[in-house]
Design a protein around this ligand. Structure first.
Ligand SMILES: C[S@@+](CC[C@H](N)C(=O)[O-])C[C@H]1O[C@@H](n2cnc3c(N)ncnc32)[C@H](O)[C@@H]1O
Ligand SMILES: *[C@@H]1O[C@H](CO)[C@@H](O)[C@H](O)[C@H]1NC(C)=O
Ligand SMILES: *[C@@H]1O[C@H](CO)[C@@H](O)[C@H](O)[C@H]1NC(C)=O
Length: 307
């Protein structure tokens, strides 16, 4: 969102400049754009997106001393872990007043507004990384940060069944999407300015018969991850796919890592996205450096093992 504001400021200053004289304006604009891009980018200004450049990004952050980086750590200790089989009940009791959000779903007023479809829109939601990690880790608990319509969550639920696992998948999302997302998702109904993303997510999970293994946590990623930490809810797999700017990704990766069971795997989408000057990648690389962990690549995803 910050990036959008930044872009808007940039385009209004473009308009002013263009009114002066065209050739001079183009030169100033070029210089300005380059300078701004250069100043706001701690990584290489030549935007190479190939995995070969991963190690060079890691090198670039390795100048900071560990003392400097200490202040970025998330250090609060979580409560003692509760048994995985108690997690579903705990969430239903503490978040949903004891009644599953899928109970008596959909409510009458929403029934006609929801789509029932096997085509759930997502991004890289069926990537091989999900199968690779679920096969390897055999997770009892998965926490997904950024769920949208549930495409990746449903895919993971299907995989866990296929491998005979009993896995609880917790889906953290504020179900607000992002400003302007509805330009591309007109089919998601709106009621008094409230986009029915949460209801459509529930409907998708129900349509795919996954209500027994998936539960939403309809809050901002920060508060939900803090809450899980407080309750002692730990995960074997944590997937990060919410805000793609540095600050969002940084907060989510740190808070997600904190609720990772020893030996668990944290991974996330869009390592190669250019959003916010590769915000996700800068956050993940910096995190890995501080914790002396290695970033691996699987398709569009980054993966960090803790063993
Ligand atoms: C790219 S989509 C997730 C896609 C999903 N993983 C898939 O593959 O289908 C990002 C989601 O993150 C959510 N999101 C963004 N920032 C958030 C925040 N601070 N707290 C909670 N959810 C957030 C948005 O509502 C959106 O649904
Ligand atoms: C950062 O590290 C690189 C590679 O190790 C080195 O060439 C460079 O001089 C360092 N820069 C600073 C400001 O210390
Ligand atoms: C869900 O279960 C019903 C009833 O068993 C079945 O007819 C339907 O095909 C299933 N839906 C999906 C998407 O697998």
């Amino acid at each position: 969102m910050k990036t959008e504001q930044h872009n808007k400021t940039l385009s209004s200053s473009k308009a002013i400049i263009l009114r002066i004289t065209k050739p001079a304006a183009y030169f100033i604009l070029l210089l300005l754009t380059y300078t701004l891009g250069y100043l706001s980018s701690p990584s290489s200004p030549t935007s190479s997106l190939s995995p070969n450049h991963v190690s060079s990004t890691i090198l670039r952050v390795s100048n900071h001393t560990s003392a400097e980086l200490n202040s970025f750590r998330v250090t609060t200790q979580c409560s003692d872990p509760i048994p995985p089989e108690k997690i579903r009940r705990t969430v239903i009791d503490r978040v949903f007043d004891g009644t599953s959000p899928f109970h008596d779903f959909p409510p009458e007023h929403a029934t006609a507004m929801l789509e029932r479809t096997t085509k759930v829109k997502g991004w890289g939601s069926n990537g091989a990384v999900f199968e690779n990690l679920i096969r390897k880790v055999k997770p009892r608990v998965i926490v997904e940060v950024g769920t949208f319509l549930g495409a990746s969550a449903i895919h993971m639920a299907e995989l866990t069944h296929r491998f005979g696992l009993k896995t609880q998948i917790l889906c953290i999302d504020d179900f607000r999407g992002w400003t302007g997302f509805r330009d591309h998702f007109k089919n998601i109904a709106m009621l008094n300015g409230d986009v029915l993303l949460y209801y459509q997510f529930l409907q998708n999970v129900a349509f795919f018969n996954q209500t027994g293994s998936v539960l939403p946590l309809p809050f901002s990623s920060g508060s939900a991850l803090n809450q899980l930490c407080d309750w002692g809810v730990f995960a074997d797999l944590v997937e990060i796919d919410a805000g793609h700017d540095f600050l969002s990704a940084w907060a989510d990766v740190n808070r997600g890592f904190r609720i990772l069971r020893p030996g668990g795997v944290i991974f996330g989408h869009d390592y190669f996205t250019t959003a916010d000057n590769k915000g996700v990648r800068r956050a993940v690389d910096l995190f890995a450096q501080i914790h002396n962990l290695r970033v691996r690549i699987d398709g569009q995803h980054w993966v960090i093992y803790t063993t």
